[in-house]
Design a protein around this ligand. Structure first.
Ligand code: HEM
Length: 151
């Protein structure tokens, strides 16, 4: 069998298996498990933001401030952020490994993927948990927010 031919399924291993955790297997399982959770999180997010209440016309700064005032929506959004970024980065890693033939280019791209996903996860998590709706309140015209920040 030449190097660019796939072995038939269930062909016995000819090289010894590596010891330790099988990260490729866990990555494969992660894609399926996070996919199931993302369906619920993403469609729940779209339904609540776009269908309930005034729908898309109700989305403004105060709407976001209202959601981030609730630990439930904070955790919903952070979970969506973590799962989607790790899912997207791991999916892109698969594509890079499949198509980029140069070992150095592949290593650089996979590093860049995890670095950018990690940075976005840290920044996004900070935004959600340190969000202060009263910063810049002097420019707000939303009654309940002005009252809340004055209290
Ligand atoms: C509705 C939610 C989602 C579901 C159910 C889902 C499901 C999946 C599954 C099962 C795979 C593995 C496919 C395979 O190994 O052949 C996959 C791959 C992938 N997903 Fe998602 N996904 C979702 C959302 C997302 C999001 C939000 C992103 C981007 C941030 C994303 C980016 C990717 C990428 C880049 C791949 C790799 C594609 C490939 O291997 O060809 N997915 N997805």
């Amino acid at each position: 069998m030449s190097a660019d031919t796939l072995a038939a399924p269930r062909t016995p291993h000819t090289t010894p298996r590596k010891r330790g955790a099988n990260l490729e297997k866990w990555g494969w399982i992660y894609m399926r498990a996070s996919g199931v959770l993302l369906v619920v999180l993403i469609f729940g997010h779209l339904f609540v933001n776009l269908m309930l209440g005034d729908g898309i016309h109700g989305i403004d700064f105060a709407f976001v401030a209202g959601k981030f005032a609730s630990p439930f929506w904070q955790w919903w959004d952070v979970l969506m952020l973590w799962l989607a970024f790790i899912h997207g980065a791991n999916g892109m890693r698969t594509i890079v490994n499949d198509y980029v033939t140069g070992a150095t280019a592949r290593r650089v791209l996979v590093w860049a993927l995890w670095l950018s996903a990690g940075l976005m996860i840290v920044l996004g998590t900070l935004v959600v948990f340190t969000f202060d709706p009263c910063l810049g309140i002097e420019n707000s015209t939303t009654e309940w927010l002005i009252e809340k920040c004055a209290a």
